[in-house]
Design a protein around this ligand. Structure first.
Ligand SMILES: NC(=O)c1ccc[n+]([C@@H]2O[C@H](COP(=O)([O-])OP(=O)(O)OC[C@H]3O[C@@H](n4cnc5c(N)ncnc54)[C@H](OP(=O)(O)O)[C@@H]3O)[C@@H](O)[C@H]2O)c1
Length: 360
């Protein structure tokens, strides 16, 4: 695999607010300290991409380049005298691209070359393809920040110095509810919770129930059922445990409402709830629920220490031992030129239980 920059940097450029993407040649960026230049071979499409484009959010200036998930080959390495992992040109990697945190086009994934942070880059396991690798990076960071920083659940092997949230105690007879278990963040959260030794009840469309059970959910409930809250509480009673934690991967009023009802009726005086979007105004946080917003972008800032453990220590072990399975994907045709169609499909809400990816 070439590690030179003889290929031009073609990019899916967002030229102005709410415009369609245009594939154009861009300059090849240069990595700074603690950064890597990656020749992307596969990039994924995320809900944050269409939302940034459609709502003109988290974009400080135009033109810009979207995309948060990529897999490819290291082309060049910036100064890593800070002690971050020493990647070398030619290494196969997957990485969470920090564009939605920095706003810099060079940090967007949807182009041939992206500058990424070493701290959120993982070696790609030898049996994992670039397409599989591109699916996982931001979900991995989001799920881990939720479990460790918001819920206070230590993962096995995590150094005590990385635990900043008061640890939850007495978790053996407790359950984590994952609302939206078929989402990329949800499927990853279920698997990490299983590693942490917690029982999980998830919600998902019926088509995904078997899959979510196979990756560790003890019970799965259809979130569209009018009796979903009662069914979740009955499943918990059947397990002989109580629901003390929840991750709402969707975090809109119509999901946080039932999640709050489950926690309020769980019989646990103080519960913890991690949400992936800011808490909606007009919806009260129920008494006894400690709610915290998962801010994935902290992995490029104050939680860079946690990121280094997730991406360079934990994830390689989880994937090579099969403790975590990569989420399923569907290839969108057309390469970079196919990204706009993929984002339109995501926006239409028709994508279910799979990540859309394109080859670069
Ligand atoms: N805070 C952060 O730092 C951060 C980071 C990454 C992502 N996010 C956010 O987290 C959310 C999930 O991202 P993702 O990439 O994991 O999404 P995704 O993989 O695209 O999620 C798609 C899945 O969402 C499920 N879903 C949709 N509406 C639902 C509902 N009302 N109840 C339960 N499940 C529902 C669907 O499940 P079924 O197929 O079962 O119907 C679908 O399979 C997005 O809103 C994203 O913007 C936040």
């Amino acid at each position: 695999m070439s590690t030179s920059t003889t290929t031009p940097n073609m990019a899916a450029v967002l030229p102005s607010p709410r415009a369609d993407l245009v594939v154009q040649e861009q300059p090849i960026p240069t990595p700074g300290p603690g950064e890597l230049l990656i020749r992307n071979h596969a990039v994924a499409l995320s809900p944050s991409d269409w939302k940034r484009q459609a709502f003109d959010i988290m974009i400080p200036s135009y033109p810009t380049i979207l995309g948060a998930d990529l897999a490819g080959t290291v082309v060049s390495v910036g100064d890593s005298s800070d002690g971050s992992h020493q990647f070398s040109p030619g290494d196969r990697v997957f990485s969470a691209a920090p564009g939605f945190a920095t706003g810099l086009p060079s940090n967007g994934a949807h182009q041939t070359y992206t500058v990424v942070k070493t701290s959120t880059t993982s070696p790609l396991p030898s049996d994992m393809t670039f397409l599989q690798g591109a699916v996982q990076p931001t979900a991995l960071g989001t799920a881990t920040v939720g479990i460790v920083d918001i819920l206070g659940l230590p993962l096995p092997g995590i150094p005590a110095s990385l635990l900043k949230t008061k640890a939850a105690v007495g978790i053996d007879d407790k359950i984590l509810l994952v609302w939206g278990g078929a989402s990329t963040v949800g499927s990853t959260t279920i698997q990490l919770a299983r590693i942490a030794g917690l029982s999980v009840i998830a919600t998902a469309s019926p088509a995904h129930h078997d899959k979510l059970r196979s990756i560790g959910a003890a019970a799965v409930v259809d979130y569209r059922s009018p009796t979903a809250v009662d069914e979740i509480l009955a499943a918990a009673a059947g397990l002989g445990k109580k629901i003390a934690f929840a991750v709402d991967t969707i975090s809109l009023p119509h999901t946080l409402g039932p999640v709050s009802q489950v926690l309020a009726r769980s019989g646990v005086p103080t519960t913890r709830l991690a949400h992936t979007l800011p808490w909606p105004s007009g919806l009260a946080v129920p008494e006894g629920v400690e709610a915290g917003n998962i801010a994935m972008e902290t992995v490029w800032g104050p939680r860079e220490d946690l990121a280094q453990w997730i991406y360079q220590v934990a994830a390689p072990e989880w994937f090579t031992t099969g403790k975590v399975e990569p989420v399923g994907y569907r290839l969108v045709s057309g390469g970079l030129a196919g990204i706009q169609n993929g984002l339109d499909e995501l926006r239409g809400g028709k994508v279910s239980g799979e990540k859309l990816v394109v080859e670069v």
